[in-house]
Unconditional design. Structure first.
Length: 165
């Protein structure tokens, strides 16, 4: 599907000029500072994302881009560079700490984590009986891998020494 418009090389060159980019940035920031413009744009974005066709199209484009090793390498390098900056790390840390300080968010996340932990599809250990869990823990303590210990614990629940006697 062709794009509805293509920028001429002259327009692309003009947009690459730092001075022009700074003016464009200032204009966008000023527009977003206006509550009326912000509400209108937010509504338009939300409406677009509510459309299943738009979501499917964006999902397909994202998956196609992420399937390209060059795109993934570029994203990885950018992320690593960003997180290498102590200022960015401090800002993100502060944001996470502030979010977790909110009791409502903390309760919501706690409930989600507990639900995932209790779901056998998300946490294979959730489906084990107490006896199977003891066997699993012993096997792990003796150095058996996670998957092997889980398979062995599920295979058979050995009777305890009290039951044998």
């Amino acid at each position: 599907m062709p794009r509805p418009y293509r920028l001429s090389p002259e327009v692309r060159a003009r947009r690459a000029d730092p001075e022009v980019r700074a003016k464009m940035s200032a204009a966008r920031k000023a527009a977003w500072a206006d509550p009326e413009v912000r509400a209108k744009m937010s509504a338009a974005i939300q409406a677009a994302f509510a459309d299943p066709e738009v979501r499917a199209k964006m999902s397909a484009a994202s998956k196609a881009a992420l399937a390209d090793p060059e795109v993934r390498a570029k994203m990885s390098a950018a992320t690593k560079a960003q997180w290498a900056d102590p200022e960015v790390r401090a800002k993100m840390s502060a944001a996470r700490k502030a979010a977790w300080a909110d009791p409502e968010m903390r309760a919501k996340m706690s409930a989600a984590i507990q639900a995932a932990f209790a779901d056998p599809e998300k946490n294979p250990l959730a489906g084990l009986t107490p006896d199977q869990r003891r066997i699993y823990n012993k096997l792990r303590a003796h150095g058996l891998g996670r998957i092997e210990a889980l398979a062995e614990a599920r295979r058979e629940v050995r009777p305890s020494s009290r039951e044998v006697a």
